[in-house]
Design a protein around this ligand. Structure first.
Ligand code: C2E
Ligand code: MG
Ligand code: MG
Length: 586
């Protein structure tokens, strides 16, 4: 059993007087290494200091050197003043200060952080005669904490502040409007096609671009402004205290221009552009979350209007954004609930008016709005990454229907189904294989399928599109250029892309009979296409006058309301071999 001490009034306590014991205890306390203990008089002059205080703060000084001195003899002003004020308050109020984290500033050595506790010093009658305290060096903890705080408020790639810090500064800037009326501008800056740089040159190069953009944005900002990176290729600039006559358009222009400056690095052209959305407010109680959202909406408007530009937020943009948000959600549901279906519009040979094929056109059977046309949802689907699912559905359904028709028989040997393909698909390296798989699944010859690509898709597209088109054409799939005349491709270029069919855009057909020039253009295009082995389709034939003119211009096929509107699959049967098209009822 452990030995238990016995209480004994005749121990050490009987050999030394209480005063001596107190003195001994005090001595031990004051000799503790690392503990800075001090006692001061009413004027904050040192009465007693511990060894730890001398060693840590006043190396080379003796206790006697310190007695009678004040903090002003040891520290530089900021700390000496603060400590003096604290002690005077303690003396006045009798209230202690516990665990105060403060920075000790010296004249000729680095500052340190300490945690200090101070109490009033009282005489035997309880009267306050000074103060005393104890403090401990917490510099190491503070440095670690500050590093953590820095990390939690900054972006590691660019060194800019992050979303958390930005939110804080936005709230501060808004609050400041209360005292200093003016405007706060929030600029949402999203890089255009940054993914292409990352994908083609790797993430390290992508990071270089981000760092350069950060540097450029910082150079545009004023000192009081904040430039932040939210992540990915999204930056934000917060401009405070704009004067009433400061023009936000100049700011937007400057940001767009600065980002777009050429950027060549290691022989690579890394130039990039940005789309910028700007929101302005002079309201100190504006909701920061709403401002972020509005700037984001304006940025999307800038993307919509062709990128490399800025847009200033207006409430009508919000209504549009809400509408397209609703549409997006409904479209996702539509895909899951099979609300999409196909209509087929026939294409006829001009020469003998026989049916040559059909074009599959998607429709959306919306639960409350009824039938919605593709123009209302295709570009949204492209923007929000839903187009792949739509086009896959259309391709699969069109192939399924074609195989049903072919099993029924009665079609010309050249009967094809055309499917519209979004430009997104063509940059997908797996697309050609996906088409081959779908054709095989439905037991179809590749030449029964024609893929329509709008001409504008080809503008400025890189090698990926050419590779996909070559692979498709290599399999025997036919390729058509849709809406020809709305882009800038040369016929020689289309020939090189192994395009089989040119579909002349309806806008040209509509001009027939109105201007001589359009007929001349159609004649020249048709002759050139034939020379290069491509056939020509006239789109949107609505009058017999247009039909006659196209026949005289040597066009090969026609499609349009004059013959048939887009029809459900059953409606196509009447145009089978032998049946001559008659003008359709509207
Ligand atoms: P497009 O490929 O040029 O299709 C022809 C469009 O012109 C169809 O409109 C058709 O109904 C319309 N049209 C045909 N003949 C006439 C006519 O005589 N007069 C007039 N005014 N219009 C005529 P729709 O079905 O609304 O499709 C519009 C566009 O949406 C299509 O243009 C195509 O670019 C796109 N689209 C349609 N279905 C799909 C699809 O499944 N996938 C993709 N990615 N795009 C599609
Ligand atoms: Mg088409
Ligand atoms: Mg077209």
């Amino acid at each position: 059993m452990a030995k238990r001490p016995k209480s004994n009034p005749g121990g050490l306590g009987s050999k030394l007087s209480p005063g001596e014991i107190e003195r001994l205890c005090m001595r031990n306390l004051l000799d503790l290494p690392g503990e800075r203990i001090f006692f001061k008089d009413l004027e904050s002059r040192f009465l007693v200091v511990s060894r730890g205080l001398l060693e840590d703060q006043l190396p080379g000084w003796s206790s006697a050197d310190v007695i009678g001195k004040t903090d002003f003899d040891i520290f530089s002003e900021p700390h000496a003043v603060a400590a003096f004020e604290d002690e005077q308050r303690i003396i006045r109020t009798g209230e202690p200060i516990v665990g105060k984290i403060e920075r000790e500033t010296f004249r000729n050595r680095p500052d340190v952080w300490v945690s200090t506790t101070k109490f009033p010093l009282r005489d035997d009658e309880g009267r306050i005669i000074g103060s005393f305290g104890i403090s401990r060096d917490v510099t190491a903890q503070m440095v670690a904490e500050q590093a953590l705080t820095y990390q939690s408020l900054h972006d590691t790639v660019t060194g800019l502040v992050n979303r958390v810090a930005l939110r804080d500064r936005l709230s501060q800037s808004l609050a400041l409007l209360e005292r200093q009326p003016g405007q706060v501008a929030l600029l949402f800056i999203d890089l255009d096609n940054f993914k292409t740089i990352n994908d083609s040159f790797g993430h390290e190069t992508g990071d270089k671009v981000l760092v350069e953009v950060a540097r450029r944005l910082t150079s545009v900002a004023r000192r009081a402004d904040t430039v932040a990176r939210l992540g990915g290729d999204e930056f934000v600039m917060l401009c405070t205290a704009l004067r009433a006559d400061d023009d936000p358009r100049l700011l937007g222009e400057r940001v767009v221009r600065t980002v777009a400056k050429p950027f060549i690095e290691g022989g690579l052209d890394l130039s990039i552009t940005a789309s910028v959305g700007i929101v302005l407010t002079d309201d100190p109680i504006a909701d920061p979350g709403q401002l972020f959202q509005d700037a984001d909406i304006a940025m999307y408007r800038a993307k919509d209007t062709g990128k490399n530009c800025f847009q200033i937020f207006s409430p009508s943009q919000r209504a549009r954004a809400v509408a397209s948000h609703v549409l997006e959600r409904e479209l996702r549901e539509a895909l899951d609930a099979s609300q999409l279906f196909l209509l087929y519009q026939p294409l006829f040979s001009i020469e003998d008016r026989s049916l040559r094929g059909v074009e599959a056109l998607v429709r959306w059977n919306h639960p409350t709005r009824g039938i919605v046309l593709p123009l209302e949802f295709i570009s949204l689907a492209e923007e929000r990454g839903l187009i792949t699912r739509i086009d896959s559905y259309v391709l699969d359904e069109a192939c399924r229907q074609l195989s049903v028709w072919l099993r029924e028989g009665g079609w010309s040997s050249e009967f094809t189904v055309a499917v519209n393909i979004s430009g997104r698909q063509l940059v997908d390296p797996g697309f050609a294989a996906y088409v081959a798989k779908t054709l095989a699944l439905h037991g179809l010859e590749p030449s029964r399928l024609c893929l329509e690509i709008t001409e504008t898709t080809l503008n400025g597209e890189a090698g990926d599109v050419e590779t996909t088109l070559a692979a498709l054409s290599g399999q025997g799939v036919r390729l058509a250029i849709d809406d020809y005349g709305t882009g800038y491709s040369t016929l020689a270029h289309l020939h090189r892309l192994r395009v089989d069919i040119l579909k002349i855009d309806r806008s040209f057909i509509e001009q027939i009979g109105r201007t001589e020039r359009d007929s001349e253009i159609i004649a020249a295009v048709t002759a050139m296409s034939h020379a290069l082995g491509m056939s020509v389709v006239g789109e949107g034939i609505a009058t017999s006058e247009q039909l006659d003119e196209l026949a005289s211009l040597d066009c090969d096929q026609v499609q349009g309301f004059l013959f048939a509107h887009p029809l459900p699959a059953e409606g196509i049967a009447e145009f089978r071999r032998g049946a001559t098209p008659r003008p359709a009822s509207p």
